[in-house]
Design a binder for this molecule. Structure first.
Ligand code: ADP
Length: 567
């Protein structure tokens, strides 16, 4: 028994105390670590599992990686996923302890390294001597300055109702590297990391599917929103599932979200509501033409049935605006009848005068009357020729063939003079005035086509000024280009037709005066094409109803290469 009364050597007591102090510090450290672990595991179970956006996934993973690092005492934690498109395992951000730059360089062939091995076999691995371990990829080890590490598979497990695993799939791996305090990783670390990796795999795969789905949905919705066609989808109980912006515009309602509302509460247009209801009731696909009185447009509505495993889920109706198509069809029909009329009129007149002259065997008509008849026949032939050449040109433009340009030096004073002289024969009510200066600069152009341009514009000026008046052709030298202004004192052009008159078949038809004048609606269309073929243009410079109009033509002094194909 030690003698208690004997005083102990003070230095040994100090040593003993020092030892106890170390043990207590170590124990305190362990307790803190245990507390941390405990906290971590509780926090892990509280971790939000519904990740809905990429930043949220990033945040959740970042928290998870921090906790993993703490639990297994690793300095770096990296998740790598197999990317089928790249055929490699690549780092999924965020990573812990490595830079983005380093992460971008870490991509591994599934046939190589510890990463590949764990990915292929689904078995975890420890590599405590990273540099000398034959399984490791030395460049990656050097890049990440790895001493040691553990790698576990990221496996998604599909379970049945009794929680039995029915399917397993490895989607990647997780590395935890460089154990802190210069220690080595052990089997406990592997076990812990495997547990955490399971959670990470579930988060990643669920979130990825969810994010992809929501992004796909958003893309689809955006596409539907920007579609020109109106789309309305209703489910079997008549509730709106989708009503895009074009549909809202067609219905004249604001572009809000109507999802979940009853169709009848939102859509007051009977034709649209009937189309959807009938299609729903009869379970058939229907096509109808719907006219909207509000904006004078015509839509073609078509429904299609959406079924899932044979059961009707929804009706989708698509509405295409066919106003322009119908209008062109109408115009074409009108055009055909006008053209046949326009062709028949001069022919009837020619035939009439020729028959009269043939029948006049007794020479009842004097020379002057005969000359007058010949003159009329000649004019009518000109009219026919002009019309036929207009038609040929239109058909040439429509078929996309380039106009054949015959360039030469053109004297616009003389050219305008010829047009006015020819046109003056047809009218006594109008005074045709050539204001193009005699010394106006020559331009390089196709003379016949420029003739046709001025001829058409003067022809219109005469035709649409039934009361007569002055018609002038003025010219201006603009430097590299010239401008011709053809002015009449006629009917003028109503505001709403001004930018349409250059479209083929377009004719002003809202006043009796315009309506009474026969036309084909192709003259200005041709004029625009002919000027553009020179690299120039034509436009309505001014117009006032009942006062007259001025059409302006701009042509380059030297004809330019230009798009001459059909418009
Ligand atoms: P059209 O053969 O009908 O004259 P255009 O293409 O030459 O065909 O003209 C299209 C329409 O523009 C005409 O139907 C007419 O209503 C209007 N228009 C053209 N020129 C004039 C003008 N000088 N004054 C009034 N209206 C015009």
């Amino acid at each position: 028994m030690p003698d208690r009364s004997m005083p102990e050597d003070p230095s040994s007591v100090r040593k003993e105390l020092e030892r106890y102090r170390l043990v207590v510090t170590e124990l305190q450290g362990k307790i803190r670590q245990l507390e941390d672990e405990l906290q971590t595991t509780t926090a892990m179970t509280e971790m939000p599992t519904v990740v809905v956006t990429r930043p949220e996934l990033h945040q959740t993973l970042s928290r998870l990686l921090n906790k993993i690092a703490m639990i297994v005492q690793a300095s770096e934690v990296v998740i790598m996923l197999y990317q089928p498109e790249a055929g490699e395992l690549v780092v999924l951000p965020p990573s812990l302890g490595i830079t983005d730059e380093q992460a971008s360089q870490v991509h591994v062939d599934p046939e190589q390294g510890v990463t590949g091995l764990v990915y292929r076999t689904g078995e975890s691995a420890i590599y405590n001597d990273a540099l000398n371990d034959p399984r490791t990829l030395k460049d990656k080890i050097a890049l990440l300055r790895m001493r040691n590490g553990i790698c576990v598979p990221l496996t998604i497990k599909q379970r049945d109702e009794e929680e039995r695993i029915i399917q397993e799939r490895v989607i990647g791996v997780m590395h935890a590297c460089n154990k802190r305090y210069e220690q080595a990783f052990n089997d406990d670390d592997v076990r812990l990391l495997e547990m955490l990796a399971e959670q990470a795999a579930a988060i990643v795969s669920n979130a990825q599917i969810y994010i992809e789905l929501t992004e796909e949905k958003a893309r689809l919705e955006q596409t539907l929103e920007t579609l020109h066609a109106g789309v309305i989808a209703v489910d079997v109980s008549g509730r709106i599932r989708l009503l895009n912006r074009a549909a809202a515009q067609m219905l004249g309602i604001s572009a809000l979200s109507y999802e979940g509302q009853q169709l009848t509460a939102v859509v007051s247009n009977e034709q649209v509501a009937d189309l959807l209801h009938n299609s729903l009731a009869d379970q058939t696909e229907i096509q109808v033409e719907i006219g909207s009185a509000a904006d004078r447009r015509i839509y073609k509505g078509e429904t299609s049935l959406m079924r899932d495993e044979g059961k009707l889920q929804a009706i989708v109706a698509i509405f295409n605006d066919i106003t322009e198509i119908r209008q062109v069809e109408r115009m074409k029909t009108a055009f055909v009848s006008t053209v046949s009329h326009e062709l028949r009129t001069p022919l009837t007149s020619i035939k009439g005068f020729i028959s009269t002259l043939i029948d006049d065997v007794d020479n009842l008509y004097d020379d002057e009357t005969r000359q007058e008849f010949y003159g009329i026949i000649d004019q009518e032939c000109d009219r026919l020729t002009r019309l036929i050449s207009d038609l040929l040109n239109v058909s040439r433009i429509e078929s996309g063939r380039a106009l054949d340009m015959q360039l030469s030096e053109v004297d616009l004073h003389k050219l305008a003079g010829r047009v006015l002289q020819a046109q003056q024969q047809y009218t006594t009510r109008h005074k045709l005035i050539n204001e193009v200066p005699t010394d106006f600069p020559l331009i390089e152009a196709d003379g016949d086509k420029v003739y046709q341009v001025i001829d058409n514009l003067i022809g219109n000026a005469i035709k649409y000024a039934p009361e007569g008046g002055n018609i002038t052709v003025a010219a201006e030298d603009e430097g590299g280009t010239i401008r011709l202004d053809i002015t009449d004192q006629g009917l003028g052009i109503p505001e709403r037709h001004r930018d349409k008159i250059f479209e083929r078949f377009h004719m002003v038809d809202d006043d009796v005066e315009h309506k009474a004048i026969k036309g084909t609606g192709i003259g200005l269309y041709l004029v625009r094409h002919l000027t553009r073929a020179h690299g120039g243009d034509v436009w309505l410079a001014s117009s006032e109803e009942g006062k007259g109009s001025t059409f302006a033509v701009r042509l380059p002094k030297v004809a330019q290469e230009s798009e001459q194909a059909g418009i």
